[in-house]
Every structure is written in C-alpha cells, then in structure tokens.
Ligand binder design. Structure first.
Ligand SMILES: Nc1ncnc2c1ncn2[C@@H]1O[C@H](COP(=O)(O)OP(=O)(O)OP(=O)(O)O)[C@@H](O)[C@H]1O
Ligand SMILES: [Mg+2]
Length: 435
C-alpha cells in the first residue's frame, strides 16, 4: 500500500470535507482492496482510490466488492485478480478550489441509486484526498439553510426600513406643515409684544397724570400739559388700531395654535401607535388623515376630488397599516403627476361583503410591460435614491394579510386607478384589538 498522502490545501469549503486517504496501488489484489475497506479510517467511505505512478486511475467501490463476493465462490474466483479489473475507471473528480455549490451540483448529477461512489478531490490535477458524497450534500443543505435564514432576515429588515422611510417622509411632511402656522404664530406674538409695549407707555402717562392729580402742589399748567400728552398718546394708539389689531392678532394666533394641534392629533391618529392592532374604522377617516400627511406632496399642484360614501360601513383592519397603504398609493399618484392640472379622485363604496377605496390619478400612467411588475419588491422606474420600489409590494402584502385585494388599471399618458377592497369583517388571521 502507498504511504498516506499529505497535501497542503487552503481552507476552502471542500478542504473541510477532504479526507486523507492513501490510494491503493493499481497492483493490489481484489482481496487487498476488500481488506483496505476494513481499516478504521475508511469506515464511512463507499469507494477507495486506486493510484498508479502518482495518478488516480479509478476507484473500487464497496458495492462492487459486495456484488462479487455475494456470488458463489466469488472471493475464491476474484480475490486474487488485480483490483483494476473491477475498478470504475471514470470516478467523480472535483477540484479543491471549486465552489461547494458547483461540486455538489456535479456530484449530485452523477450519483445513481443506490449511491455507490464518493468523489476524488484534486488540486491542480493532482490527487488531494477523498470526499464523502453525503457530507457534501449535508454541507450544501447547511449552506442553503444559512442563506435562507439570511434572506428572511434581510427581507424583514427591508420591510422595516421601508416603514422607517415612509415614517421619515411623513414626519418631514408634517414638520413642513407645522412650520407655516408656527411661523405666523411667532410673528404675531412679536407684534403683540410691540403693541403691549405701546400700551405700557400709555399706562405710564396715565399714572403720571394720576400722580399729579393727587399731589398737594397741583400746578394747573403742568396738569394741562399732562392731560394733553395723555390725549395725544391715546389718539395715536387708537390711530394705530391697538385694540382691533391686538384682537385680530390673538384670533390669528389661536387659529395657528389650533392648526398645529390638529396636525399633531392627525399625526397620532395616522400612526395610531397607541392602537397598532385591529379596530372597526371608517376608510373615509383614514383617507382624511392620510391626506393631511400627504398634503405636502399634493398641495397646490393637484386637485383632490372626494366622492366618499357618507354611509360607508366600517372595515375591521389595522388602521396604521391601512393608512400606510393609502399613503403609498397617494404618494405614487402625486409623483406620477407632472406640472399643474393634476387630479386625484378618492372614492369609497361598499357592498354586503366589501369596503372599497378607489384612488385614481390623471398622471403619467404605467406602461403595459411594467404593469405586471409594479407589485414586485424593488421594481421602480424612479431615479436611484428616489424610490426603493417597495411601496406597492408592501402595500399588497398588507392588503392580502387583511384578506383583501389590491387591483390596478392604468393607461399610459392617461392615468392610473388603484382599487383597495377590504372585507367588512377581518379574516381570522388578523389579530383582534386588545381593548
Ligand atoms: N399612480 C401611478 N402612476 C404611474 N406609475 C405608478 C403609479 N404607482 C406606481 N407606479 C409605478 O410603479 C412603480 C413601483 O411603485 P412602488 O410604490 O412600489 O415603488 P416606488 O414608488 O418606485 O418607490 P417607493 O414607493 O419605495 O419610494 C413606480 O416606480 C412607478 O413606476
Ligand atoms: Mg411608491
């Protein structure tokens, strides 16, 4: 028998599966090959390599030996013959540097049933050891399991980051909306402060007058001058419209503060952080809340036409999720409208089983070859950095999780309509509110 082969191999995937197995000499007998299978280090091997002048010329398998020895007088008849007479001259050969997937694909494609062969590992054409077929398949399975787990994790992360992105968009929109009333509230308060200083000045004049009137040395001329000064001050304040202006400023300021309060209430309703589970909600209300949030994207450019069914029955759903769907679709519609003259139609309706929302725009429309792809994750026609292509894919997932459907009709250059249908009662899968 030849000396064991020692090969220096890089720690590739196949290197971890590689077993140091000394090849049988091509001059060995069939008997010697059968004995070699009994060596403890060979217990798991289905075949042994046969070497001749430093090359592997084939393998001899346990299966072949079994078949021969099971025959009557098999061992006596074949035992002394050279092992090469029973060898497989075309064994499976895999290069040590080959990727695990390629090696597994090759080996799996050439294995028959029952599995009778393992494979030879070579490095630069030279014998480097043996690999066990089952180990290779198990390693591949582990690789697939790992890849699947990583895919699941990154998918969950993507859904999370899309949520964060739409949250960021929403917060940016609301911050923008709050900025306007905040600006004029601050302006008004500054004006009220100036008017207040004028008032304080007038008050001081009147105080001086009172002091003069109550003083023991009343000087007529000084008194007359002070009265005149008070009258002049009063007249100038009246001319400047102190009272009327202050009232108007207070009214505007309170209006601004109320606007800010409404925005904050809306923001809370929109995200319903305190009510993340299901509830019976009116989709009309959801649309209204979403419009406030999307206002920044649509105002001035797009005319919103509302055809709400005033008697719309509630739908049982998770309002924060449905609001996310509405925001995605409304944002897409706004982004599909170039220039002025844009129209966004929002319609709600219901029948015995379904509540529906139609969101229709007169924007760019979707090319027929894109229509089938718009719900695919990452499909986007927007420039890099502008769209992730996840909005509709997540919206569809949410609607399906509610037992509903999301349909689209579009004509290039004419516009697009999305129809969200939700069951009036949520399917069993959607979690009930804890309240
Ligand atoms: N109302 C619409 N009009 C025209 N095209 C649309 C409309 N809605 C969606 N699309 C098309 O579908 C594609 C996918 O939409 P989706 O909302 O999934 O991703 P996105 O808007 O590109 O990116 P994201 O929403 O992640 O920012 C869009 O890039 C666009 O081409
Ligand atoms: Mg989008």
């Amino acid at each position: 028998m030849n000396a064991p082969v020692h090969v220096d191999v890089p720690p590739s995937d196949l290197a971890r599966l590689r077993l140091d197995v000394a090849p049988l000499s091509a001059a060995s007998s069939v008997d010697a090959a059968a004995d070699a299978f009994l060596a403890p280090g060979h217990a798991r091997l289905l075949c042994l390599p046969i070497g001749e002048r430093g090359r592997i010329v084939g393998t001899i398998s346990r299966h072949t030996l079994n078949n021969v020895f099971l025959r009557r007088f098999g061992r006596e008849l074949y035992g002394t013959r050279p092992v090469t007479s029973l060898m497989n001259a075309a064994p499976l050969r895999v290069d040590l540097a080959a990727p695990l997937e390629d090696a597994a694909r090759y080996v799996a494609a050439h294995l028959g049933a029952p599995i009778t062969e393992d494979f030879i590992i070579e490095q630069d054409g030279a014998y480097a050891g043996m690999g066990i077929a089952i180990d290779l398949l198990a390693a591949l399975q582990r690789r697939v399991d790992d890849a699947y787990a990583a895919l699941k994790a990154s998918q969950a992360q993507l859904v999370q980051s899309e949520k964060m992105a739409s949250l960021g968009q929403m917060v940016a929109g609301v911050a923008h909306e709050i900025n306007t009333p905040l600006g004029y509230v601050r302006n008004n308060v500054e004006m009220i402060r100036d008017l207040f200083e004028d008032g304080v000045g007038a008050l001081a004049e009147h105080q001086t007058l009172l002091d003069l009137l109550t003083s023991e040395t009343l000087d007529e001329a000084t008194l007359a001058a002070q009265i005149a000064s008070c009258q002049a001050r009063g007249a100038s304040l009246a001319d400047a419209g102190l009272v009327a202006d202050t009232r108007a400023l207070f009214r505007d300021t309170l209006h601004g503060v109320d606007t800010i309060k409404d925005l904050v209430v809306n923001l809370r309703n929109f995200s319903r952080l305190d009510q993340a589970r299901t509830a019976d909600v009116s989709l009309n209300d959801c649309l209204e809340q979403t419009l406030v949030i999307a206002h920044n994207a649509i105002k001035h450019r797009v005319e919103v036409i509302k055809r709400y069914d005033a008697a719309l029955p509630p739908a049982r759903c998770s309002p924060s999720q449905i609001n996310q769907v509405l925001l995605n679709i409304i944002n897409n519609a706004a982004q599909a409208i170039d220039g002025d003259g844009g129209k966004l139609l929002l319609k709600t309706e219901a029948d015995d089983h379904w509540v529906r929302v139609h969101i229709q725009d007169n924007g760019r429309g979707i090319a027929p070859e894109h229509l089938a792809k718009i719900f695919d994750p990452f499909f986007t026609t927007k420039p890099v950095g502008q769209g992730t292509g996840l909005g509709l894919s997540i919206s569809q997932q949410i609607v399906h999780a509610h037992g509903g459907t999301l349909h689209v009709v579009s004509r290039l250059g004419q516009g697009t309509k999305f129809v969200i249908s939700l069951p009036r009662r949520a399917p069993a899968g959607v979690r009930e509110s804890e309240a």
